[in-house]
Design a protein around this ligand. Structure first.
Ligand SMILES: Nc1ncnc2c1ncn2[C@@H]1O[C@H](COP(=O)(O)OP(=O)(O)OP(=O)(O)O)[C@@H](O)[C@H]1O
Length: 210
């Protein structure tokens, strides 16, 4: 199977700590990679490197064979990143937030598309509410609705299952499985061991940093 994303001898230091050095791994098309490790081991830092939001202290990241630093715009249009913080604006409505997020990613969603995605996520009743008024789990579900609207082949997700109730966990698991089945790729972190029905799955373990 074709390799789409490659981390090559990555090194990352935060403050005085070397979080990892010489970290290499590959992500195939149609596969999912879980980044595991205890609190503070560098999972979020690694995801931010993979998104191109930070540069590694050493090493390279390649997307379809080319360094992501040689064609940042092209790479960013291929990635949907949902961070631990949901990147939602409190003062905007749920539907406005989704429109805003998708435009930032280069999309041009219609109102219908946004409403359909909210409807299929069981969140239609939240469309006209300000994010400020939502619960933690509702915010997470709204942020994750971006996945239903994403055409990006690579999803990078930081703790996507946190704060979700059982049915939302099951619905998200199905989204992830469908993306991988359709030839997409996913890199994610999770403290929860959510079983995913995918044939190609791998894990990278980061070590403990005190
Ligand atoms: N902006 C920053 N400046 C300095 N150090 C930072 C910064 N952000 C994170 N760190 C440090 O880098 C280390 C790794 O943080 P990171 O958030 O990547 O870990 P994590 O594995 O995602 O943790 P968690 O499981 O708690 O979310 C931690 O020791 C943290 O204190």
């Amino acid at each position: 199977m074709r390799i789409v994303l490659e981390a090559i001898r990555l090194a990352c230091t935060r403050g005085d700590s070397a979080l990892f050095t010489s970290l290499s791994f590959r992500v195939e098309q149609g596969s999912i990679l879980r980044i595991a490790g205890p609190n503070g081991s560098g999972k979020t830092s690694l995801l931010r490197l993979l998104c191109g939001l930070r540069q590694p202290d050493d090493g390279d990241i390649r997307w379809r064979g080319a360094s992501i630093y040689s064609s940042r715009e092209n790479y960013h249009s291929e990635v949907t990143y949902i961070g631990h913080a949901n990147a939602l604006k409190d003062e905007l409505l749920v539907e406005e937030n989704l429109r805003f997020a998708l435009r930032l990613n280069g999309g041009s969603p219609t109102d219908d598309t946004i409403h359909q995605a909210l409807e299929s996520a069981g969140l239609a009743h939240l469309a006209g509410m300000r994010v400020r008024a939502l619960s933690v789990g509702q915010r997470r579900r709204v942020a994750l609705t971006r996945l239903a609207l994403s055409r990006a082949p690579l999803w990078i997700l930081d703790e996507p299952f946190v704060a979700l109730d059982q049915s939302a966990v099951a619905a998200l698991a199905k989204y992830l499985e469908d993306h991988v089945d359709g030839g997409g790729s996913i890199v994610y972190t999770s403290h929860e061991d959510v079983p995913l029905r995918v044939s190609r799955a791998a894990e990278v373990h980061l070590g403990y940093v005190g």
